[in-house]
Ligand binder design. Structure first.
Ligand SMILES: Cc1cc2nc3c(=O)[nH]c(=O)nc-3n(C[C@H](O)[C@H](O)[C@H](O)COP(=O)(O)O)c2cc1C
Length: 187
């Protein structure tokens, strides 16, 4: 295999979440692909949000936000939330919500909804990296397997860039922390 040098402005395939926050007394939602688990204990998430987003203002002011995992059936509504900004469009009625313990708006009809307390905000040149501690988690019972979300039932959305395309989860490939044992035995 030979490699060629490409533009460093590279995006990995990413899961899509809806970040919910109260801004100026109204719930607001934006899709985010730049999200990942950041700490094991206590559980923390990190999400990269552009300086100018209405959501960024809300997270800094409220100190709490929600991370909701929509199913693929919601793709058009998710995309809508990424086309308009809460600065000029009221998105508070787009989803039914319930308030978390810290008051962050949790999306009731998402299969998985997490409430986060803002732990830290790192100001990068164009984005804030908001690190939130997950202080509460809610899931639709139908997507659970042995008490945890089943990836196939969760049916999350993925985004690729720069082709700006949504994807579904593909079939399972191999067991993690297990299939590598064959290589270990060989080497
Ligand atoms: C699928 C998708 C993923 C996105 N991911 C991010 C992201 O990770 N970070 C970000 O700052 N903007 C992201 N955006 C753009 C924001 O969602 C968009 O600018 C939105 O309108 C901001 O809303 P707000 O101003 O109400 O917060 C994404 C948009 C889409 C459609």
């Amino acid at each position: 295999m030979s490699q060629v040098r490409i533009d460093p402005q590279v995006h990995l395939p990413m899961p899509v979440v809806l970040v919910g926050v109260m801004v100026e007394g109204k719930a607001n939602f934006m899709p985010a692909g730049w999200v990942c688990r950041a700490n094991y204990t206590p559980p923390m998430l990190a999400v990269g949000i552009g300086h100018g987003k209405w959501t960024a203002k809300g997270i800094k002011e409220a100190g709490a936000f929600s991370v909701n995992v929509p199913a693929t059936a919601a793709v058009e509504t998710v995309d809508y939330c990424g086309i308009v900004t809460g600065r000029s469009t009221d998105k508070s009625a787009v989803f039914p919500t319930h308030a978390g313990d810290l008051g962050a708006p949790l999306i009731s009809d998402c299969p998985l909804a997490l409430e986060c307390r803002l732990h830290d905000a790192l100001e990068l040149p164009s984005n804030f990296l908001f690190i939130g501690e997950i202080i509460g988690a809610w899931a639709e019972e139908s997507i659970l397997k042995d008490g945890a979300p089943d990836p196939q039932k969760l049916d999350p959305l993925f985004l690729t860039m720069p082709d700006n395309t949504y994807w579904k989860l593909g079939p399972a490939l191999a067991k993690a922390w297990a299939c590598g044992k064959a290589v270990k035995d060989r080497l």
